[in-house]
Design a protein around this ligand. Structure first.
Ligand code: MN
Length: 689
């Protein structure tokens, strides 16, 4: 069982000037908060944060990391709040505790290869500070070491998460020993038979392997000493999961794995590494193709060493790694080693920045300012945002992506028919920008079709392309449909004759109908060609929004006396009768627009009200109570006794609009309400300002 004094000693070893009082206070607070709680194994709960803190301290992390490790479960598992942690221990520790809590809430759901990298990136993005990851790893390590008491399915889930998420993370952070231990612990849970078989095989060979190890250590030490090289030699057995992976990768049995023992030669200087390599190769025959120079070309996580494999005594293959003390420290402790250097003399600053830069390259960094790197703010470097579908599938989208981008990422059809969404259970619009960890459910309707306005906010090429494609495909179809309806309903003509097609300069009937639908043919000319004068009103219908559009100047709605005007390339615009935007010269047709239409249309309402506190809220409430939503609001004049406002309200037609106006008139502060009409409202607005 770890004790607080051990934690304090471990911190003192690397950070003699640390705030030990705060560590003690953190311990006391955590012990009090967890008082009475026990782990499943029966030991007092405080043993767990204490163990995590000891790991963090032994990694050489700073005092805030250690204090935060002690406090890492108080927000999630006790009545303590984050604000309480902040007021007692300060912003930095609160930020670290919050990070660990948030990372802990990420639920790993899929070991599918494509998704793994997304989970790992999401982990990094959520953590925001590298120290959060180290604390989380220490937390996970202790949980894995004490996993035995949990129910089987829970053990399995945690072990999978550990193998796929946390062990690779330990590797990325360069904490080699932890990666190996996490892998072995997880492997023992996930495949106990294979684990036991390998462990047993090693046990059986142990005496021989140790004899081999000692002999070779001695031979190497003597050879290096003869050449005047100061060196430390470490022989070690491979970890069990490492052997298993090798058996899988090479498709061989345990007995065919020869290099169960690997050696490390640790020397003082970089140049000594290459000298040692020469000595080893002089002693044992190197295996071609196995030499790697990770000193000249470090691994992405900053790892440096020379690797070689040789044929040793008894024809044994052996792996040998050669590195300096500093490289060894980085190889074993990774990020933690760099962190420890941070407070040191600064001699390793360059190395640290090089390393961090590579780390951040992995996190898809571009060129970034130095101070940001200093802050270790991981989220700044993330170019992606990670969100979940309702079923828990993980999606990676570019930063700034919206709900609609997500809908198109799920499926093109989901995008095309998206109406709205629920984000984390809350109603949300399609243009909402997604945040990390959002859970998104798209609400679709068969009646919905893409809108051109969508192009103004979607961020992903996929969504943009799908919307454009849809318009390309549907515009012609829809123009043809509209043209046919015009002929049939307004002119009562079913088919076009050859001569009429020629007159319309069209090769086919379809082309002619498309031209008519797009408004490329003057109505007068059309009636001349058809030889028909009779004009029935045109019936406006929901679902033809591509070529039939509500004009924004007067915004007609179902039930209005409306007229249709063809505008080239834009199709038919619906205006209210008498709209000043429609000039005398333009031809228009009468529109019949019954109120039983299923759609929702925007109407503009102007209000003058006494400028009282809460007046806006009362107006909004009245509109909402009438079953309408407010799409836009403009305050024309706010100062003075009377406020002049314009609301864009979504209604089904004139009846509903009338209800809204009636409700508004009843409000006490409201002195005047009317639906806007271009010429009138301009005059009125001019007078008010
Ligand atoms: Mn914990």
């Amino acid at each position: 069982m770890p004790r607080l004094t051990e934690v304090l000693e471990a911190v003192a070893a690397r950070h003699p000037k640390a705030d030990f009082v705060r560590i003690k206070r953190a311990y006391v607070f955590a012990a009090n908060m967890h008082e009475g709680q026990r782990r499943r194994s029966g030991e007092p709960y405080i043993q767990h944060p204490l163990a995590a803190a000891l790991t963090v301290a032994r990694l050489g992390m700073d005092e805030p990391s250690v204090s935060a490790a002690l406090l890492h479960d108080v927000v999630e598992d006790t009545p303590a709040t984050l604000d309480e942690v902040r007021s007692r221990f300060g912003d930095e520790i609160a930020m670290l505790v919050d990070g660990v809590t948030k990372v802990g809430r990420i639920r790993f759901r899929s070991a599918e290869h494509r998704q793994l990298e997304n989970y790992r990136k999401m982990l990094l993005a959520t953590a925001k500070d590298l120290r959060v990851l180290v604390i989380k790893l220490a937390d996970r390590l202790h949980n894995m070491r004490t996993l035995g008491v949990l129910p089987a399915d829970k053990r399995r889930r945690i072990a999978e998460e550990t193998l796929h998420l946390y062990a690779p993370l330990a590797h990325r952070l360069g904490i080699h020993w932890m990666k190996q231990e996490l892998e072995d612990l997880a492997f023992a849970q996930l495949d106990p038979d294979s684990y036991q078989a390998i462990a047993e095989a090693i046990r059986k060979r142990a005496p021989r392997l140790h004899a081999v190890r000692e002999r070779i250590e001695k031979v190497l030490a003597e050879a290096l000493a003869r050449h005047g090289l100061q060196a430390r030699i470490e022989g070690r057995l491979k970890h069990i999961y490492g052997i298993y992976e090798k058996m899988q990768r090479k498709r061989v049995d345990f007995d065919e794995i020869y290099d169960l023992v690997a050696f490390r030669i640790i020397v003082p200087e970089v140049l000594d590494c290459y000298r040692a390599l020469g000595i080893v190769h002089g002693l044992y025959r190197p295996i071609p193709g196995r030499f790697k120079d990770y000193i000249a070309l470090p691994k992405p996580n900053g790892y440096q060493s020379l690797h070689t494999a040789v044929i040793g005594p008894d024809q044994h293959r052996m792996e040998i790694q050669i590195r300096t003390e500093a490289m060894h420290c980085v190889a074993e402790e990774g990020i933690a080693a760099h962190w420890a250097y941070k407070e040191g003399k600064g001699r390793n600053d360059d190395l640290r920045f090089v390393w961090l830069r590579r780390m951040l390259d992995f996190v898809q960094a571009g060129e970034q300012p130095e101070e940001a790197i200093e802050n270790l703010r991981l989220d700044l470097f993330m170019q992606e945002v990670f969100v979940f579908s309702r079923d828990g599938d993980l999606f990676a989208l570019p930063r700034g992506a919206t709900v609609l981008d997500f809908a198109y990422a799920v499926h093109t059809e989901v995008g095309h028919h998206a109406v709205s969404a629920r984000v984390n259970g809350e109603e949300s619009s399609l243009d909402r920008v997604l945040r990390n960890g959002d859970q998104v459910e798209i609400i679709t309707s068969a009646d919905q079709t893409p809108s051109r306005s969508w192009l103004s906010f979607v961020q992903t090429p996929r969504a943009r392309y799908a919307i454009r494609q849809w318009f390309r495909r549907h515009e012609r179809e829809s123009a043809v449909r509209l043209g046919r309806r015009l002929l049939r309903e307004v002119f009562q003509v079913e088919t076009l004759e050859e001569a009429q097609l020629q007159a319309l300069e069209a090769e086919s009937e379809e082309e002619a109908l498309a031209k008519i639908g797009r408004g490329e043919v003057k109505l007068e000319r059309l009636s001349e060609i058809l030889g028909v004068h009779a004009r029935m009103p045109f019936l406006a219908r929901e679902g033809e929004r591509l070529w039939v559009r509500q004009a924004e100047c007067c915004r007609p709605i179902p039930g209005d006396h409306a007229i249709g005007v063809f505008r080239a390339e834009r199709g038919m615009e619906l205006h209210r009768l008498g709209c000043p935007e429609v000039t005398q010269a333009e031809e228009c047709i009468e529109i019949r627009w019954p109120e039983d239409s299923a759609g929702r249309y925007l109407a503009e309402v102007e209000i003058e009200a006494r400028n009282e506190r809460g007046v806006l809220a009362r107006i909004s409430q009245a509109i909402a109570d009438a079953g309408c939503s407010i799409e836009d609001l403009q305050l024309r004049q706010r100062a003075g006794k009377i406020a002049h406002m314009r609301f864009l309200v979504e209604v089904s037609g004139r009846k509903q609009l009338a209800e809204v106006l009636r409700a508004l008139r009843k409000l006490d502060p409201v002195v005047w309400v009317a639906r806007s009409f271009p010429n009138k409202s301009q005059a009125r607005a001019g007078g008010a300002s």
